[in-house]
Design a protein around this ligand. Structure first.
Ligand code: SF4
Ligand code: SF4
Ligand code: FES
Length: 288
C-alpha cells in the first residue's frame, strides 16, 4: 500500500543513530505539539530537500498516524502549502517490512515507532528519512527490488512446485523447527542492509549479481539449507555465496544483528554459512 501525504523535513544518516528510550513514554506530555522533519524528494535522480511540520501528538500515535495527520493538512511550519509526502506501508503491525525508514538516525519500522518514545515533550522534533541503500522512488518510499533479487540469488525457497500431490514432507525434530522458526521471521524489511557498511547503494541492476548480497540473504540461505526438502538446493545456494559479493565480503561489523527488528541471529547465520561454504569448497576440490 502506498501512501500519499503532503509534507517535508531534515535529518541524519542511516544505520546506527539515536533512537529512543522506552522510559520516555511515561513522561510524554498530553496534547503537545511536536515538529516532524521529513526528507523530501520528488522522484529518482531529483534533489532532496527538508520540510518541517507541526503536529499535535495524539496519545499512543505512531509515525504513520503522524504522517496521515500531515496529509490532512500539508502545510509547513513556515505556513507554505506543499505536496503530499509519500511513504510505503502494508500490515501496520511490523510484519510486512514495507514501512521501514530512518527515524532520528536509526533504521526501523515506522508503524511500530511510537511518538511518545521519540518526541515526549512540547516542541520535540522527530526526523524521518528514506533508507539510503535503496533508490528513492519518492520521499520516504524506496525501491527494495535489489533485496528481493538477492534472495533469488540464493534460491531462498523450497523446490516443491509440481502438478501432482507430493505427499507429506520429511519430519523435523522440535529443535530443528525452533532454530528455523527464528530465521523464518525475516520480513525483508532492509534494516540489516541499511546498517551494513559492506552493502552500498547500487542503482544498476547489472551490478547486483556481484555486489554484497547482504545478511538477510545469507540467513535465508541457512534457513532453506536446513529445511529437509529445501536442502535439495543447498549446493547451488553455497555456490552463489562463494562467488563475488558472497559471504566472504562480510566485514563482520555486526551492525546487521543490532538493528534487526526480529532479532534474527544474523551473525550466527553468517558464521554457519561461512563454515558450510568452506566445506563445500573443499569437497568440490576433492571431487575434481
Ligand atoms: S534479517 Fe532482519 S533486518 Fe534483515 S531484512 Fe530480515 S527482518 Fe529485516
Ligand atoms: S556482519 Fe557482515 S552483513 Fe552484518 S553488518 Fe557487518 S558486514 Fe554487514
Ligand atoms: S506497515 Fe508492515 S511493517 Fe510497518
Amino acid at each position: 500500500m502506498l501512501n500519499f501525504t503532503p509534507a517535508a523535513g531534515a535529518g541524519s544518516g542511516a544505520g546506527g543513530g539515536s533512537g529512543a528510550g522506552g522510559g520516555n513514554r511515561a513522561r510524554a506530555v498530553p496534547g503537545r505539539t511536536i515538529r516532524v522533519r521529513v526528507k523530501r524528494c520528488e522522484g529518482p535522480g531529483k534533489a532532496s530537500r527538508w520540510e518541517v511540520f507541526a503536529v499535535k501528538a495524539e496519545a499512543g500515535s505512531n509515525v504513520i498516524s503522524v504522517l496521515q495527520q500531515i496529509a490532512s493538512n500539508p502545510v509547513t511550519v513556515e505556513g507554505e502549502r506543499t505536496t503530499p509526502v509519500v511513504w510505503d506501508s502494508g500490515c501496520l503491525e511490523e510484519v510486512c517490512g514495507a514501512c521501514t525508514m530512518v527515524i532520528n538516525g536509526r533504521v526501523r519500522q515506522s508503524c511500530s515507532c511510537l511518538i511518545d518514545e521519540y518526541a515526549p515533550g512540547e516542541g520535540d522534533e522527530i526526523t524521518l528519512e528514506p533508507m539510503s541503500k535503496f533508490p528513492v522512488v519518492r520521499d520516504l518510499w524506496v525501491d527494495r527490488s535489489r533485496l528481493f533479487h538477492n534472495l533469488s540469488r540464493v534460491k531462498a525457497w523450497v523446490p516443491i512446485d509440481g502438478t501432482y500431490n507430493l505427499g507429506p514432507g520429511p519430519r523435523e525434530t522440535p529443535a530443528q523447527q525452533e532454530t528455523r522458526y527464528a530465521l523464518s521471521e525475516c520480513m525483508s524489511c532492509g534494516c540489516c542492509l541499511e546498517a551494513c557498511p559492506q552493502f552500498t547503494l547500487e542503482e544498476d541492476p547489472k551490478a547486483w549479481g556481484t555486489s554484497f548480497i547482504g545478511a538477510h540473504a545469507i540467513s535465508q540461505a541457512r534457513l532453506f539449507n536446513e529445511h529437509a526438502t529445501g536442502r535439495a538446493l543447498k549446493g547451488e545456494r553455497l555456490e552463489a555465496l562463494m562467488g563475488p559479493g558472497g559471504v566472504s565480503d562480510c566485514g563482520n561489523a555486526q551492525n546487521c544483528v543490532k538493528v534487526c527488528p526480529k532479532h534474527i541471529p544474523l551473525t550466527e547465520s553468517i558464521a554457519a554459512i561461512g563454515r558450510a561454504v568452506t566445506i563445500h569448497a573443499v569437497a568440490r576440490w576433492f571431487r575434481g
